[in-house]
Design a protein around this ligand. Structure first.
Ligand SMILES: [Zn+2]
Length: 299
């Protein structure tokens, strides 16, 4: 059966037995049935779940919910039974990136400098070693094949959150087959492909900055600039195994989302701070300090 979340836009595919009234990504009670969407790109690859439901719940409970003493009790004691295994769609991108770059390269050298100073009221001349930098400009071209950049294709799971549970071990990728997702919730790509392509290129550009910086010659460099052309771009959909726990602990704020990488067990989630707990702790501390003060000053 095909479901659509009116709140976050996730396009879910679930078995009839897994029919759900709330969105597994955002916990919104606005999930409606939708017709199948034949025009969405079909997955090429999938990564299977390795973490069992029991293990995923343990990881979520111990490493996310209970981790923060300052979290509201409603979050610390939230039920991990609601953790759902989802095959999240992502784009797997690879390309040949050709960059023209320029930079100023600094070469250090030492020089002996003569200077005058005052010692015991007399002016004396002395020498010292100083390090100077000579700058020269460098232009060049760098070509590199960049494989395996993952960006989310799900409107329910932002890329920034997916990055927190990466990396996935892509050596375990398998050709997609309907049997892989049977019994699981899966999602069809719900973000525009053009937007995902831009995201993937931006990730490559950020990687290239580090790579170019690391192989600049000389002792230092500055004004590194580069423009990159992408060739032989490949973009395929793959399904990633992710355990998701979505909580609406406060109607006023966006839902909380806790993630467990279904392959590696890496966890991610932002735990909110309960200001009431903090306030009570501060008041208690002040009381103790005040009591000590009274005790000491009455002697
Ligand atoms: Zn949703």
């Amino acid at each position: 059966m095909n479901l659509s979340c009116q709140s976050c836009g996730a396009q879910l595919v679930v078995a009839d037995t897994l029919r759900t009234a709330t969105c597994p990504y955002c916990a919104a009670p606005s999930v409606v049935e939708r017709p199948p969407s034949p025009d969405r790109p079909a997955p090429t690859f999938a990564l299977g779940f390795v973490q069992t439901p029991q293990r995923a719940r343990e990881l979520a409970r111990e490493n996310l919910l209970r981790r923060s003493f300052w979290a509201p009790s409603s979050v610390r004691n939230a039920s991990v039974e609601e953790l759902k295994g989802i095959y999240v769609p992502a784009w797997l991108y690879s390309a040949l990136a050709e960059s023209d770059f320029s930079a100023s390269i600094g070469e250090n050298y030492t020089e002996t400098e003569t200077y005058t100073t005052t010692e015991n009221g007399k002016t004396v001349t002395k020498t010292r070693q100083v390090t100077r930098t000579e700058w020269r400009s460098l232009h060049g071209r760098h070509a590199e094949y960049v494989p395996d950049v993952l960006v989310t294709a799900s409107s329910g799971l932002p890329n920034e959150e997916l990055e927190h549970i990466e990396p996935f071990d892509l050596r375990a990728l398998r050709r997609y087959d309907d049997a892989i997702i049977s019994g699981w919730i899966s999602e069809e790509p719900s973000l525009p492909q053009a937007q995902c392509l831009e995201q993937a290129r931006a990730e490559v550009m950020a990687q290239l900055r580090q790579r170019l910086a690391s192989f600049m010659p000389g002792d230092s460099h500055r004004e590194l600039q580069y423009s990159t052309q992408f060739h032989q771009e490949a973009l395929v959909v793959c399904l990633l195994p992710v355990w998701v726990l979505a909580l609406r602990h406060d109607p006023q704020s966006p839902p909380l989302r806790f993630l467990v990488n279904g392959q590696t067990g890496k966890v991610y989630g932002r735990v909110p701070v309960s200001w009431i707990k903090v306030l009570i702790a501060v008041l208690l501390a002040l009381l103790v300090l005040g009591g000590l003060y009274l005790l000491l000053s009455s002697r």
